[in-house]
Design a protein around this ligand. Sequence first.
Ligand SMILES: Cc1cc2nc3c(=O)[nH]c(=O)nc-3n(C[C@H](O)[C@H](O)[C@H](O)COP(=O)(O)OP(=O)(O)OC[C@H]3O[C@@H](n4cnc5c(N)ncnc54)[C@H](O)[C@@H]3O)c2cc1C
Length: 387
Amino acid sequence: MKPRALVVGLGIAGMSSAISLKKNGWEPIIVERAPERRTGGYFIGLNDIGKEAAEKLGVTAGIHVRTPENSENWHLTGDGSRVRVAGFADQPTKPATLLRGDIEAGLWQAVDGQIEVRFATTPIEIAEGGERVHVRLRHADEAETEETFDLVVGADGLRSTVRKMVFGPHEEFMHSLNAIICAYQLSGQIETFRPRDGIILNDGPRSLYVFPLQDHTPTALFSYRTDDIDAQFKKPPVETLREAYKDMKSSGIVDEALSDLERAGKNYLFDSVHEVRMPKWHKGRVVLVGDSAWCLTLYSGVGASMAMKGGYELGEAVSVTKGDVATGLAKWEETLRPMVKKELRLVWFKSQIFVPTNGFMFIVRRLVLRLGGRYIAKLSQGPGAAA
Ligand SMILES: Cc1cc2nc3c(=O)[nH]c(=O)nc-3n(C[C@H](O)[C@H](O)[C@H](O)COP(=O)(O)OP(=O)(O)OC[C@H]3O[C@@H](n4cnc5c(N)ncnc54)[C@H](O)[C@@H]3O)c2cc1C
């Protein structure tokens, strides 16, 4: 009989882990708190680490990439003029740009009908120790069942229940960046811009990015710093954002984007930004993968890629052909930790592009965006022009 793994969470980390575990001789069972699979989501860049993991998981063909051709990105200055700058997809690493839902849809093709998925189900007790893990699960109808697994994978995101139950309280591992984000899909491009244009507005520790996508409307990302995180959740997000951006010179773009947020219903993400730092990602036969283990925040631009990589490597490390699970988990952690450590070190610097912490970083951000823009403009004039 195959060893059974409970995977908690049907996100990028959970599906990647389950697909890889299955390939490596396990019987994974995914439980997801939501009543159904989510779709859509926000703008994401997938770098080489993610692309390689997708390839190894065999899901590349199912992932719809939406990087627009001949995209131009514009920084809107306080007086309303537009300056060409570098956009997300212009990074030297050339990330593929798409929606989070596009990655999940690709992974789902390797899960649907092939791996058991139980929706509206969540663990409420996990007893680890020894060779088996005993888990009490609560289902949609409030019924509770008890099951035993050979491995439990906590892929349940930033505020992980598995982490809380097995490793310790959120406060021990979640570190606030004193920032708020709001991400959602716009119903159309901002007036007077072309569909494939990216737009960047920033003013001190607050910004609005409009990310262009091929075959899709653009997405908006509001991001600002605040020392009073709790206060940001007292009113509806649209009101909170209006207040936070009220005196920003934006030629009406902030208002236009916020009108769309009013129409977005529940299809938006409004949240505080936290890193997750943990000294160890596994305990006995319980292991954390993705944001639950090492949330790198949106600013890193690599969370989705690392979630896929982590899931893929997990299955390989505990392959039934390799034997001992404990050794496999230790090796898995040894492989991933240096990569995650490096990315965690970069989060603060990368966050400065969105929400600089002081005046000096504000100037650095402007220089980075504009020099990048000049480079891109020269490149588009032909070979050799950028030298
Ligand atoms: C605005 C924004 C932009 C981003 N941009 C990028 C980018 O450009 N590039 C990049 O690589 N990364 C980016 N990221 C980060 C990336 O989206 C995440 O790192 C990645 O999606 C994390 O996946 P995950 O599966 O670990 O967690 P999640 O996506 O949080 O999935 C967790 C799943 O577990 C489920 N769950 C939670 N609790 C329970 C429970 N108790 N029981 C059962 N199920 C549960 C949830 O419903 C969910 O389905 C961005 C993030 C944000 C917010």
